[in-house]
Design a protein around this ligand. Sequence first.
Ligand SMILES: *Cc1c(COP(=O)(O)O)cnc(C)c1O
Length: 415
Amino acid sequence: MPPTPAFATRAASILDGLRSGGQYKHLQMLEGPMDATVRVRGYGECLCFCSNNYLGLANHPEVIEAGRKALTDFGAGTASVRFICGTFSPHETLEREIARYMGTAASYTFVSAWTANEAVFPTLCEPGDIIISDELNHACIIDSIRLATVIKKGLHKAVYKNKIITADQGPGSLEEAINKAKANPEVTGQIWVVTDGVFSMEGSVGDLPAIRKLCDTVGAMLVVDDSHGHGVMGALGRGTHEHFGMIDPVGAAPSAANRVDIFTGTLGKALGGGAGGFVAASQQVIDMLIQRGRPTLFSNALPVTVAASAQMAIEITLREPQRVARLRDNVTYARAQITAAGFDVLKSPTAICPIIVHDTAKAIAMSKRLLELGVFVIGFGYPVVPEGHARLRVQISAAHTHEHIDRLVDALKKL
Ligand SMILES: *Cc1c(COP(=O)(O)O)cnc(C)c1O
């Protein structure tokens, strides 16, 4: 069946607009596993500096073997949602491991972090509550808040300027938003504050201690999506809360030290890279999600192969802190070398090193030329980042060697 003329005309116009605006995306085909180097169709073996494979676990033999064994032991899946007959024991093992890793009482997994975030606000918020969100939070947090406010009429939302926490840091702060919420007679319920731990386009870090302090003044619940912080932040790679010392030792019962109420995160980046997301929080929050979460009640579990691989990836992360240390060393080395080559890199301790080139067309042309030179780096421009802030986003991995990084810098110098 051909599409209707009305749809075909409209879709053609949108797609043509993307092509003429230089925003049309071409998917590159990888013909082998994700690692420090990847085989890219049409370009051969390239250095990969655009994956979130921060600890180099995506192609780790134990991670692969765990998935393979789960496939043999459990088959492809349960063909059921979890509350009917869709939970395998590896899901339980994984969720215990995530809670241990994050330092929470419990956790629950989803097919993606997107779905995990989508479960949080529509399930946990009620009319009279307000959700206050950083303007640069991930798209799935934004959509989760939108969905929640549609489902729960009378649920409020507000946005604060990226990382502007206290009023003395500038207008549009979180503090200002909290004060407005307190003064609003329609806000009668819970105040929620949500932030990314690490912001994906900036590679910058959310100031969790300052946010927590403000939350405490009004009894707000703090939600942190740390998808780019796992495996990267803190000495053991447990995340941004570890970086700030807001965490208990591995295996200890959660104490007042862990000052984040709810974490969301992904298993599709550093922690194996297969797919999957989770919520890590108190048992009560997890119970709410199991009992009332629509993505929990109406959608299948994470595939068991992925659950087993992710569990192994977390085990390796905690067992081999030298991986996190190697990543940190690579990040320091890469930032120094890129800066020495005369490029403008945003400073931070994360594995995301955005090189600001300002113009969108320039960013795209540079990324194309780098690929021809055997270096895979993606250029991001408007509308993913604001006009004039186009960038090459270089992502560093523990799988890289200094020699790989030198080759990246040599290629950058040739541009
Ligand atoms: C990547 C990312 C997600 C999405 O993760 P998936 O598991 O791929 O759905 C969600 N939130 C943040 C902050 C991310 O960086």
